[in-house]
Design a protein. Structure first.
Ligand SMILES: Cc1ncc(COP(=O)(O)O)c(C=O)c1O
Length: 289
C-alpha cells in the first residue's frame, strides 16, 4: 500500500534529473506556493503509452506562456523526460503529472522575473477518478463558484490558480455526498465540472458548452471527434441552466475522469443511456489501441 504522496518509493524527474521520490522537495519560499505561479498537466498512460502525450506537453508549454513564463525545456525534451519517468516507474497503466513553477530565488514579492522556472514529472497508479460512478452515474452538486471570464484570468491555462475554486467546490460537493460539482460560468451558462468537461444528450443529439472561459479538454476534443465519426450531431453552444431539465443523458470527460456517466446534477436526473455507454466503451478502446 502506497503512503502519502510525499512518502513513496521510486523516482521523480526534477529539473532534468531523476531524484528519489522522498527528496523531490522545494523551499517554503517558492514563488508558486505564495502566488500560484504554477502550471501542470494530468495525463494517462495505457499499456505503457501516454495517450495524446505530445498534445499534453504542448499544452503545458502554452499554459506557462499564458501565465507569463517560459518552461526551459522543448516539447521533445518534455516527451523524453515523461518516457523516462514512466519507464522508471515500471507501470504500464499510470497517471502522469508534469508540473512547472516559478521557484525560490531573489524575488519574494509578486514579481518573479529573477526566480528560476522549475519543472517536475511524477508517475503513479491512479484508478477510476469517480469510483463506481462509471457504472452507476456520478452525482454532482452545483457549485456556488463561477468559472471566471478570460478578461479576469487566463482561463485557458491549466494553471494552479484556476483550481482554488474547484477545490472549494469539490469539498462542498463531497460534504453533500456528491462526487463532484458542476460549475456555471461568469455569465451564468453551464460550464464544466471541477476537473472535467461536460456533455448532454437530447433527442439523439449532443450538446456541450462552448469552451470560451474554461479548458477545451483534450478528452473533450477526442470525444467530439468520436461522436462526429459516428454521425452524431454535436452542438457546441452556450447552455442555460433551465435547459438541464430537458436533457436525457449526461457525461463528463477528462484525462482523469475518462468518460464518466452522470446520473444527477442538483435536482436534475439523467439516465445512464446507450450513447453514454457506447462513448465510454469506445473511448476505453481508443486509448488502448
Ligand atoms: C478544469 C478542467 N476542465 C477540463 C479538464 C479536461 O481536460 P483534459 O481532457 O485535457 O484532461 C480538466 C482536466 O485536465 C480540468 O482540470
Amino acid at each position: 500500500m502506497a503512503g502519502g504522496y510525499d512518502d513513496r518509493d521510486g523516482f521523480i524527474w526534477m529539473d532534468g534529473v531523476m531524484v528519489p521520490w522522498r527528496e523531490a522537495n522545494v523551499h517554503v519560499l517558492t514563488h508558486a506556493l505564495h502566488y500560484a505561479s504554477s502550471v501542470f498537466e494530468g495525463e494517462r498512460a495505457y499499456n505503457g503509452k501516454i495517450f495524446k502525450s505530445r498534445e499534453h506537453s504542448e499544452r503545458l508549454k502554452r499554459s506557462a506562456q499564458l501565465i507569463d513564463f517560459e518552461i526551459p525545456y522543448t516539447v521533445d525534451e518534455i516527451e523524453a523526460a515523461k518516457a523516462e519517468v514512466l519507464k522508471a516507474s515500471g507501470l504500464s497503466d499510470a497517471y502522469v503529472r508534469a508540473v512547472a513553477w516559478r521557484g525560490a530565488g531573489e524575488d519574494m514579492g509578486v514579481a518573479s522575473a529573477r526566480n528560476p522556472v522549475r519543472m517536475a514529472i511524477a508517475v503513479w497508479e491512479w484508478g477510476a477518478y469517480y469510483g463506481d460512478a462509471k457504472t452507476k452515474g456520478a452525482k454532482l452538486d452545483i457549485s456556488k463558484w463561477k468559472r471566471p471570464s478570460p478578461e479576469t484570468i487566463p482561463s485557458h491555462a491549466k494553471a494552479a490558480g484556476l483550481y482554488m475554486i474547484c477545490t472549494m467546490s469539490k469539498h462542498a460537493a463531497e460534504a453533500k455526498g456528491c462526487s463532484d460539482a458542476m460549475m456555471y460560468d461568469h455569465r451564468g451558462y453551464v460550464a464544466e465540472a471541477t476537473g472535467a468537461n461536460i456533455f448532454f444528450v437530447k433527442d439523439g443529439e449532443v450538446h456541450t458548452p462552448t469552451p470560451d472561459c474554461f479548458l477545451n479538454g483534450i478528452t473533450r476534443q477526442t470525444v467530439i471527434g468520436m461522436l462526429k465519426d459516428r454521425g452524431v450531431k454535436v452542438h457546441e453552444r452556450h447552455i442555460m441552466p433551465e435547459e438541464l431539465a430537458g436533457f436525457e443523458q449526461c457525461w463528463l470527460t477528462g484525462t482523469a475522469a475518462e468518460v464518466t456517466p452522470v446520473g444527477q446534477i442538483g435536482d436534475y436526473t439523467f439516465e445512464v443511456g446507450t450513447l453514454t455507454r457506447e462513448i465510454a466503451d469506445s473511448y476505453e478502446k481508443l486509448v488502448r489501441s
